[in-house]
Design a protein around this ligand. Structure first.
Ligand code: P6P
Length: 348
């Protein structure tokens, strides 16, 4: 019987003990998110069963269940975070405005942003989906949190992570001291350490991009992707293509095996499709902590100063040399970088 298992609580506590001035609030906040992940995972594991049960009833039960799962994940994150006294404000992909803390609860020192269930359209085909979270220290001085506590550049994150509901449920996070992975053991309801200090390979095996958008990309982007096809082997060896259409799943595979994920701007999404605050920025923090990198094609994601809650950005993220190759290709083809968020044309 293996007895050297390390639970996420034990691991976070050991990490915290390295900082004498740590109050334990951030650790407890991470436990709160781990609890939310367990609740969401249990609901997702039953989604198929609901579908089977639902077949005796209305045909659209699964559809309602899909929407319910988005809402359930959002409500679960809010319920696990809002009454703790550790959070001053939240922001969710599912809600237009910032989410205030209940009036009868002390506002804490952290702002938490999340995409509660990213890629949820994949649930009905049993593909991996995920929860993505990002944590900042508040900048407002007291009272209820404000939008300024949320609109911070990614370089100010104090923690970020994601939960992947795949063949197993994994929680990956960083607090700036490396990237660490945990797998949920459903028999005991604990996240157990499985991937301490993840380092992503310098050059990846995979490239992940929705090639059906090829005709809508800028010429420079098309050139960069052709490089991943292997048409300029002296510059970049060809890679295997893998694309699930779920950011957490595509990112996680590349993080472990090495690879680059791209969601460029295109004529349909002139600022890109993915959201800066609760998709690109937390994943960028993780990528950089795993010795990878993340840009909008040219500019470091973590340096972008957000101006809107649901602001979108082009994204190139993963193995450092692959991300650098894309930027070099765009520069070589003289794609002029514009201040992020003001792209008129699909630069990337
Ligand atoms: P497309 C899922 O809807 C999502 O937001 C990300 O998880 C994923 O990377 C992307 O959209 C997929 O977009 O246009 O390729 O289907």
């Amino acid at each position: 019987m293996q007895t050297s298992v390390t639970t996420i609580e034990k691991f976070i506590s050991e990490q915290e003990n390295r900082y004498p001035d740590a109050t334990g609030e951030l650790s407890n906040l991470l436990y709160d998110i781990a609890l939310a992940a367990k609740i969401i995972a249990a609901a997702i594991r039953r989604a198929g069963l609901v579908n089977i049960l639902g077949s005796a009833g209305s045909g659209n039960v699964q559809g309602e269940e899909q929407q319910k799962l988005d809402i359930l994940a959002n409500e679960t994150m809010k319920n696990c975070l809002s009454h703790t006294g550790r959070v001053c404000v939240m922001c969710s992909e599912e809600e237009e405005d910032i989410i205030p803390i209940p009036a009868n609860v002390d506002a804490g020192k952290y702002a938490v942003l999340f995409d509660p269930l990213d890629g949820s359209s994949n649930i009905d085909v049993n593909s991996a989906v995920g929860t993505i979270f990002s944590i900042y220290r508040r900048v407002s001085l007291e009272g209820r949190g404000t939008v300024e506590d949320v609109l911070q550049p990614g370089c100010r994150q104090v923690a970020a992570g994601y939960v992947m509901y795949g063949s197993s449920t994994m929680l990956i996070y960083t607090t700036g001291q490396g990237v660490h992975g945990f797998t949920l053991d459903p028999t005991i309801g604990e996240f157990l350490l499985c991937h301490p200090r993840i380092i992503t390979p310098r050059v990846g095996r995979y490239y992940s991009i929705n090639e059906s958008n090829f005709g809508r990309w800028d010429k420079a982007v098309q050139q960069a992707v052709r490089g991943f096809h292997g048409d300029r082997p002296l510059e970049m060896a060809g890679k295997n293509s893998r694309y699930i259409g779920s950011l957490v799943a595509d990112f996680h595979r590349n993080l472990i095996a090495g690879g680059v994920f791209m969601y460029p701007a295109d004529t349909k999404n002139p600022r890109g499709k993915l959201r800066l605050l609760y998709e690109a920025a937390p994943m960028a923090f993780i990528a950089e902590q795993a010795q990878g990198s993340a840009t909008d094609g040219l500019n470091r994601i973590l340096d972008i100063v957000p101006t809107a809650l649901h602001q979108r950005t082009p994204l190139v993220i993963g193995s450092r040399e692959d991300v650098g190759y894309v930027a070099d290709t765009l520069r070589r083809l003289q794609v002029s970088p514009r201040p992020t968020g003001t792209l008129e044309t699909s630069v990337l």
